[in-house]
Design a protein around this ligand. Structure first.
Ligand code: UT7
Length: 325
């Protein structure tokens, strides 16, 4: 038995901000953001929008593509660090939005690695025979945690949700191997001290800079390149697969320069690496499932292809999943 992603979906907030829009409010430029990150625009939450509702929308799309009713789902695992509430979990709020009851629903907090972590947790429980059909979500809204006066972080993040329906079935398709890693010694490289009040770009309330995202970007950059390259190689080796046999890498979309550096380190040509950071920015745990959904939509993935997902984020956390599609 193996666990296979049978359908995906995605949802983003309505407000789309270009680099030019941001340059009207802070000392930055389209040229700087594009050349340092590859980002051209991002979707951000506005007052009154709910990330749980976006996750529900992404889930409904994925479920409908899978031909399943929400009631067919045995568990919900959410990679997120963006719940509006300290508790209950985002997973429980999403379960309620989907009209479900009783099934286990919980969060996995691994920052930008959240979806890769959640997928691995779901896969392990499915292999153990606990669940037959699982909704795996990556959802984050880091734009609500930035200090809009801090140009070094405010331009980087976008918000959104991605969903995948996983089904346990016989055969050799599905998750072949996953590895998860953390290194708490680096926790201060990317952190938010306090979730604080809910702030959006259009809200009157402003996040105190002490409660906003703080990042040591250049140190994180180097660790992200090394950890994502190393874990990708390790997962491939664990599954006895050569990197050259992988049809598509779907990496966490933090920075185009990080993605390119990882590909270069692994000797992979750019056409084997999916990118959409230009249109979404860094959506944290949502980035891998949103990218996966777009890769499927644009026909970049075919049945039986080998697909590698990888990510690195605050914690430090990192991980990868190798799938036979
Ligand atoms: O998803 C989780 C993992 N996240 C990451 O992996 C992010 C990793 N880090 C990065 O992507 C990059 O380090 C950044 C994009 C955050 C920054 O790029 P960088 O090439 O490392 O730039 P820097 O931080 O070294 O800053 C260079 C300059 C500084 O000015 P000085 O000191 O050289 O005069 C900054 O003040 O760029 C300035 N700067 C900006 N200028 C215009 C920083 N942010 C901006 C901005 N617009 N938005």
């Amino acid at each position: 038995m193996g666990s296979r992603i049978v359908a995906t979906g995605r949802a983003t907030p309505r407000t789309c901000l270009s680099n030019h829009d941001l340059a009207r409010h802070m000392d930055t430029s389209d040229e700087w953001v594009r050349s340092r990150t590859g980002i051209v625009q991002r979707y951000v939450m506005a007052s009154g929008e709910s990330l749980v509702e976006l996750a529900a929308e992404a889930s409904r799309i994925a479920l409908s593509r899978a031909g399943l009713k929400p009631t067919a789902i045995d568990a919900i695992v959410v990679g997120t660090i963006s719940s509006d509430y300290g508790f209950p979990s985002f997973g429980c709020q999403l379960q309620y939005q989907l009209g479900l009851d009783t099934i286990p629903a919980f969060d996995v907090a691994a920052a930008c690695s959240g979806f890769v972590y959640a997928l691995s947790v779901a896969d392990a429980s499915m292999r153990a025979g606990d669940w037959g059909r699982v909704l795996v979500i990556g959802a984050d809204a880091l734009s609500t945690m930035v200090d809009w006066n801090d140009r070094s972080t405010a331009v980087l993040f976008g918000d959104g949700a991605g969903a995948a329906v996983m089904v346990n079935e016989p055969g050799d398709r599905g998750v072949l191997s996953s590895l998860l890693r953390s290194s708490g010694q680096y926790w201060e490289l990317l952190a938010v001290r306090n979730r604080g009040v809910q702030t959006t770009i259009d809200s009157e309330a402003r996040r105190q800079s002490a409660d906003a995202i703080r990042m040591k970007g250049s140190e994180l950059f180097k660790l992200a390149v090394k950890s994502m390259a190393d874990i990708t190689l390790q997962v491939a080796q664990r599954a006895c697969v050569s990197l050259q046999d992988i049809q598509l890498i779907v990496p966490h979309q933090a920075n185009l320069r990080i993605i390119n550096a990882v590909a270069q380190r692994l000797g992979l040509p750019p056409e084997k690496v999916f990118t959409n950071v230009d249109r979404y920015g860094n959506t944290s745990a949502a980035s891998v499932p949103i990218a996966l959904d777009e890769a499927l939509e644009s026909n970049r993935i075919h049945d039986n292809d080998l697909v590698m997902l990888n990510a690195c984020g605050g914690g430090l956390t990192w991980g990868a999943n190798l799938l036979r599609w």
